[in-house]
Design a protein around this ligand. Structure first.
Ligand code: ASP
Length: 427
């Protein structure tokens, strides 16, 4: 059986048994208490800690390698600059759309105020984290920027200060491109190995995931019944709606007005790429298909597609930033962490930056998402709610990710004078 099927089954099993106990014997029954204390909570915690344990090394390695991979920062040049600019602007548009949609739909309102109060009390042990998060992200002023620069990167990692580690990673990566290649190479090799090792540890954790998710969901649903599950369904629909809106409004508008192409023609040309992304949930795995489509279906020359698409597969993730923004706001609301407008802005920035840092593999953004949740003082247990339903969201956001990469390729080719709508090969 595939792992994601097992995780989904874990979610269903935990939810069904949890809701059933909630409705029949109630929360306070000693047997339910016993199962929660001695089985469900510990197993769930071990699973979560396995993920938490690798967040900081993963974020550091992936951000550093991402920047180092660009090559000499001074020589990235016009095409590189334009490509990064396009990635950045579309990702920011996507994150903004996601935040708007989630604030309009408010999927957390499916949870009654009593449950929310209870949830807050239940997880009050995280109050400390919440206070710290409030201290670092609540006020806007010169300190907002100063605090991004960590005094001590080890201390920043120990406090799960994501922005601090990201900043350190950016500097580290940039510096690596400026020292002689022979000196940089061993460091890059070490970081690549570090990132492989961390991904392997995540694989270990994911083997535990079906049981971890079952236990975490059992704990939550035995305590809160149906209430929370409605909210999860509403959350899934919200993410899917935002992804569809991004494709049909933002991307279609770019295709029509910036590229001068009919969206219908564009989408029919890239169908195969979208289907591959949807079925693999991996931008990296879709890369060969998108390189091929860029050339044979869209008429973009190989040297441009060969530069833009591999970069896009790891750095340009519009769908991922939509997903991350919505998830953080949703879980924060559910767990009673009230975010100010300014904090929403930070969520948006984090969604953009971590979407750039996430690896183009199935679930590549999950560890980074965990980091953002912690940063805002949302209890780690919250991630279980998302993991159980993540497969369908991952398939859908990856489709949006690779589709945007293809528009980036066309735009670069067009602005470099190598492409016009007439370059499109005959269908
Ligand atoms: N699976 C996504 C991709 O490969 C990354 C993620 O959002 O988890 O593009």
């Amino acid at each position: 059986m595939k792992l994601h099927t097992k995780i989904l089954l874990g979610l269903l099993a935990g939810a069904v048994v949890g809701v059933a106990t909630n409705l029949t014997v109630g929360v306070d029954h000693p047997a339910v208490e016993f199962i929660n204390t001695y089985l469900a909570v510990p197993v769930g915690q071990v699973f979560l800690r396995m993920l938490f344990m690798v967040v900081m090394p993963l974020v550091f390695a992936s951000i550093t390698l991402g920047v180092a991979g660009l090559g000499d920062i001074r020589k990235v040049g016009r095409i590189g600059g334009k490509t990064l600019g396009y990635f950045f602007v579309t990702t920011a548009l996507a994150a903004t759309l996601g935040l708007t949609v989630v604030n309009v739909v408010k999927p957390w309102e499916r949870v009654s105020p009593e449950t929310r109060t209870q949830l807050m009390e239940q997880f009050s042990t995280d109050a400390e984290g919440r206070v710290q998060a409030a201290a670092t992200t609540a006020r806007f002023g010169p300190d907002t920027f100063v605090n991004i620069v960590p005094r001590n990167p080890v201390d920043a990692a120990a406090r799960t200060d994501m922005l601090g580690i990201i900043f350190f990673g950016l500097m580290f990566g940039a510096a690596l491109t400026l020292i002689p290649a022979a000196r940089a190479k061993p460091m890059i090799d070490v970081l690549e190995a570090l990132s492989d090792v961390v991904i392997q540890i995540i694989n270990f954790a994911m083997r535990l995931a079906p049981y971890g998710v079952a236990c975490l969901i059992f704990t939550v649903s035995s305590r809160f019944g149906f209430d929370l599950l409605y909210a999860v369904a509403a959350f899934v629909l919200t993410v899917l709606a935002a992804l569809v809106l991004h494709l049909t409004i933002t991307i279609s508008a770019i295709v029509r007005f910036v590229l001068g192409l009919s969206p219908v023609v564009f989408f029919s040309r890239v169908k195969a790429v979208m289907i591959t992304a949807f079925s693999t949930s991996s931008s990296n795995a879709t890369l060969p298909t998108s390189l091929n489509a860029a050339e044979t279906q869209l008429g973009v020359s190989r040297h441009i597609a060969g530069f833009v698409l591999p970069l896009g597969a790891t750095m340009c993730m519009n769908g991922t930033s939509i997903f991350e923004g919505i998830t953080v706001i949703f879980l924060a609301q559910i767990f009673g962490v009230d975010l100010s407008i300014f904090q929403m802005g930070i969520v948006m920035v984090m969604a953009v930056v971590t979407a750039i840092g996430a690896a183009g593999v199935p679930g590549g953004s999950i560890p980074l998402l965990v980091g953002i949740l912690v940063m805002f003082g949302v209890p780690g247990e919250a991630i279980a709610i998302v993991l159980g339903v993540d497969r369908i969201l991952d398939m859908s956001r990856t489709t949006v990710n690779v589709t945007t990469d293809l528009t980036a390729t066309i735009w670069i080719a067009k602005t470099e004078g190598h492409w016009t709508p007439r370059s499109l090969p005959q269908a």
